[in-house]
Design a protein around this ligand. Structure first.
Ligand code: C2E
Ligand code: CA
Length: 409
């Protein structure tokens, strides 16, 4: 164990006092320590701890003040454990775990505070319960945890219960001002929580490996929808492509391309109808694997888009090594470009560099007419954003395709 020291105490010594800040806990290697708390000006003995026991452990989780005074009863050796040591471990752990620890600790502190008052005769037993209900100090954390647990519980059944839906977001050809693409975005219609956005469950699906069957379902559903959408657009030339997002875990599956191709062929669709979107950070975190998978996709006829460009390493010197067709500029650049000339300069450079590298650009997060006008002026190829539409369920997206873009404003 790193960051630890030993300290010796003589009988009567105070290790820490109630109300003091604390940044460490102690393991009793030898000896005895009494914990006491002040109630109504009187010192109330809480417990006596002996060899092998831990004291001051709450300081390892958060930086609240000590809730008791620790007094040494006999010659005692203590091993010091610093909060920084635990913080390092917590940072690597699932955020749910550290949140859970804080909630449990908060609850424990509240309960102990009340028990001390009961013991001192300041509060009656039935008043403890009433106080507990009136104290919502960890409400937000508790809600987050229970929502996540509820989701985790139900995620495994969601596929068989057909609770997933794909919504479709138009990608607009800015120069011709018509729908030039669409992105499939998954949603989960949860029986009690309503429509759950992907950010709340894709990570969970990855952790539990459910992302594989969910990913297969996404392609199956996207193939069926693409056939319907293409039929609507047939008279206007080549089929408009459907973008499908791939997450890290899917990407690491060695059979990914094979399986996607199987699904596409079986459904009567063709690879040319689809563009796979992977994030810039995924691309850069494992460039060799990324190049291998992207080459496989390309060789089968799929096209490739890099999602959320600008949030990762943004290295053009790297990009030329991959077979990329489209660069999607992250939303934060588009929302800032009208107020910040430097951001605008970045967007302009991305567009011209992309064009020189035979890639087209999609500006994400077009929210206003002014955004659109500026993007058209600086020769951006495509725009996607709430200005045109929110992502729509299949039937509504079909209606949008029939109506066309002009009437969607
Ligand atoms: P993304 O691929 O960057 O998708 C774009 C997200 O930005 C979508 O959120 C979309 O609704 C939102 N958006 C589009 N235009 C605007 C705008 O003008 N303003 C604002 N404020 N937001 C806009 P959504 O659908 O919640 O998706 C979030 C992320 O979840 C996606 O980010 C993608 O990384 C992931 N995701 C969504 N569907 C799938 C899927 O089928 N498979 C996988 N693996 N990941 C998915
Ligand atoms: Ca995307």
């Amino acid at each position: 164990m790193q960051n630890q020291n030993r300290q010796s105490f003589e009988p009567g010594a105070i290790v820490f006092r109630e109300g003091e800040p604390g940044n460490c806990a102690y393991i009793i290697e030898r000896g005895q320590v009494e914990l006491s708390a002040l109630v109504n000006g009187q010192s109330l003995k809480l417990t006596v701890l002996g060899t092998g026991e831990l004291l001051g452990e709450m300081a390892l989780i958060d930086d609240q003040v000590r809730s008791a005074t620790a007094t040494v009863l006999e010659t005692t050796e203590l091993l010091i454990v610093l909060r920084t040591y635990v913080a390092e471990k917590l940072q690597l752990a699932d955020p749910l775990l550290s949140m859970l620890l804080k909630v449990v600790l908060g609850r424990f502190r509240e309960m102990r505070g009340r028990m001390v008052k009961v013991a001192a005769g300041l509060l009656k037993d039935d008043e403890v319960a009433v106080e507990a209900i009136e104290t919502p100090s960890y409400q937000t954390e508790v809600e987050t945890i229970s929502r996540r647990l509820q989701l985790e519980n139900k995620l495994a059944q969601a596929l068989e219960r057909e609770e997933f839906e794909l919504h479709y977001h138009p990608i607009v050809d800015l120069q011709r001002r018509r729908i030039g693409g669409r992105e499939a975005l998954i949603r989960w219609r949860h029986p009690t929580l309503g429509l759950v956005p992907p950010m709340e469950f894709i990570g969970l699906a990855e952790e539990t490996d459910l992302i594989k069957p969910i990913g297969d379902w996404i392609f199956q559903e996207a193939c069926t929808a693409a056939q319907r959408f293409n039929a609507i657009c047939d008279d206007k030339g080549a089929p408009v492509q459907m973008s499908v997002n791939l997450s890290r875990r899917q990407f690491e599956d060695s059979r990914l391309v094979e399986r996607v191709l199987e699904i596409v062929n079986e459904s009567g669709a063709t690879a040319e109808w689809f563009k796979v979107e992977i994030t810039e950070s995924l691309l850069m975190s494992n460039p060799d694997l990324a190049r291998h998978i992207l080459d496989l996709f390309k060789s089968q006829g799929f096209t490739i888009a890099i999602d959320d460009f600008g949030t990762g390493y943004s290295s053009f010197s790297y990009l030329h090594r991959f077979s990329i067709d489209t660069l999607k500029i992250e939303r934060s650049f588009i929302s800032a470009m009208l107020d910040n000339t430097k951001v605008l300069a970045i967007v302009k450079s991305l567009i011209s560099l992309s064009s020189n590298m035979d890639m087209n650009v999609v500006a994400e997060g077009v929210e206003t007419r002014a955004d659109e006008e500026k993007l058209r002026e600086i020769s951006c190829h495509y725009g996607q954003g709430y200005y045109y539409s929110k992502p729509l369920p299949q039937a509504e997206f079909e209606a949008l395709l029939h109506r066309g873009l002009e009437s969607s404003e």
